[in-house]
Write a new protein. Structure first.
Length: 460
């Protein structure tokens, strides 16, 4: 009897890990880090219920850290199998995983230097060599090309429109009768620039569906006006606009809108600093994979020019980053991490948050327990590198640039099933949105919906 165990993203948004055990083999679908609240992050240090060496294969839906970032830890624990993913995901993982390792190592160093860890010495969850080893195990497979990853277990990637290379994973377990499980990964959006719409779902008996925005509707398409207004207001005040952004995925959409608004003369041309070497690298992959992007990007010239903001400077060295941080001239700074949990953006925030003329704009989901969440919820001070920083800057948030489907888009997507799954498990959501989505799906589609707990095991 095959089983499915929810090892992460169960009633929370991070740590996606789903273990399929078919008796004589184990496949882990997604291998994500827990992020956000300390109680969640501490789970990254807890042992999995099975030995890493007993897992034969990993399959990744996409490269975001909450889906891929535990992989180096799994490798450090002895996992030596192949990691199936799309070519786009493989490209991005080669950037993201070593960078994540460097952040883990840097955080441990900072904690040791400033003595703000309870553990002495603070250790990184994994190191750069672990990450480099992990990426050698990546095994790219194109979209819509079924491949047997274990005897009797076939997987296929279907484009999800959430990030370059992002996919649903349709797993087929040999019968009789064969069983189809659809791991929805993160679901993209309809009618947005840069990325394509999510593909219609292939038929499956078991569905795992995300619920990040299960209780929310994104604002209607305003052709970038909310964003334009924030840029204009900040620049008119002589302030700086800092946009914490995931280095991969959101930066492309921000640059796309800046370029479009500049071209239409709806915002002034001001210096834009992209302070994330990784974002710049990722941008190259977006440009080279134009055929996987939104239809309007299919033309090679358009995909190159779409992100080419007039006064764009990419900040390479930490020294250059310090100079940008120290300057007070009006500018737009895009830097990671997106939830302000680490990275170079922290230096910019320290410098920006105390002054009312500045704006900090959040464009992605802010998980519980992150500085980003505290700021959007109105914190009057936040702790950065062990010191409290007062918040006097304007704090803004635009949900329309989210890469996650809202409740209406999730319902739109699931109505694409030719026949309802026998059971739908909601994952990748905090309890309130998840429960709201459960009620909507039950009411609108009449499906059987469950919200599994962490560690819960079900029969397939
Ligand atoms: Zn994602």
């Amino acid at each position: 009897m095959a089983t499915l165990t929810f090892l992460g993203a169960a009633r929370t948004v991070t740590g996606s890990k789903y273990l399929v055990d078919v008796g004589d083999g184990r496949v882990l679908v997604d291998c994500g880090l827990f992020q956000g609240l300390k109680s969640l992050r501490e789970r990254n240090w807890q042992a999995l219920p099975v030995e890493a060496t007993s897992i034969h294969t990993v399959v990744l839906t996409h490269a975001h850290l909450d889906h891929s970032g535990y992989l180096p830890r799994l490798v450090a624990q002895g996992f030596r199998g192949r990691v199936f993913c799309t070519p786009g995901t493989a490209d991005l993982c080669r950037l993201i995983l070593p960078d994540s390792a460097r952040l883990q190592e840097e955080d441990a160093r900072q904690a040791n230097r400033h003595g703000y860890s309870k553990h002495a010495p603070a250790l990184p969850l994994y190191t750069e060599p672990d990450a480099f080893r992990a990426v050698t195990q990546l095994q790219p497979v194109g979209f819509n090309r079924p491949i047997e990853v274990l005897p009797g277990v076939v997987i296929e990637f279907v484009s999800a429109g959430h990030l370059l290379g992002s996919a649903f994973v349709r797993m087929t377990l040999a019968g009789p009768p064969p069983k189809h499980i659809l791991f929805g990964g993160d679901l993209g959006r309809y009618n947005r620039p840069v990325l394509p719409d999510p593909s219609p779902p292939p038929e499956a008996g078991v569905l795992l569906c995300e619920s990040t925005y299960g209780d929310r509707r994104h604002p209607p398409n305003d052709d970038g006006e909310a964003f334009a207004a924030i840029v204009r207001d900040t620049i008119n005040r002589g302030g700086r606009l800092v946009i914490p952004s995931f280095a991969v995925g959101r930066v492309e959409e921000i640059l796309y809108w800046l370029k479009r608004l500049e071209d239409a003369k709806r915002i002034p041309q001001v210096p834009v600093f992209l302070d994330s070497p990784m974002a710049l690298e990722a941008l190259k992959f977006y440009r080279s994979r134009g055929h996987e992007l939104d239809e309007e990007m299919l033309d090679a010239k358009r995909v190159v020019s779409a992100f080419s903001v007039a006064r764009l400077t990419s900040v390479a060295s930490p020294q250059q980053s310090k100079e940008v941080t120290a300057s007070q001239t009006p500018a737009i700074i895009i830097s990671s991490s997106g939830m302000a949990t680490g990275g170079r953006v922290l230096h910019h925030l320290k410098q920006t948050l105390p002054y009312a003329k500045n704006t900090v704009l959040f464009v992605g989901f802010q998980a519980d327990g992150t500085r980003g969440r505290a700021l959007v919820e109105g914190a009057t001070e936040v702790k950065i590198h062990g010191a409290w920083v007062p918040v006097n800057a304007q704090i803004a948030r635009i949900d329309s640039m989210s890469a996650h489907a809202d409740s209406a888009e999730i319902l739109q997507w699931i109505t694409g099933f030719s026949k309802p799954p026998l059971v739908t498990y909601l994952v990748h959501g905090e309890p309130v949105p998840m429960d709201a989505l459960k009620v909507s799906i039950e009411r609108h589609a009449g499906w059987a919906v469950r919200t599994p707990a962490l560690g819960e095991q079900v029969e397939l």
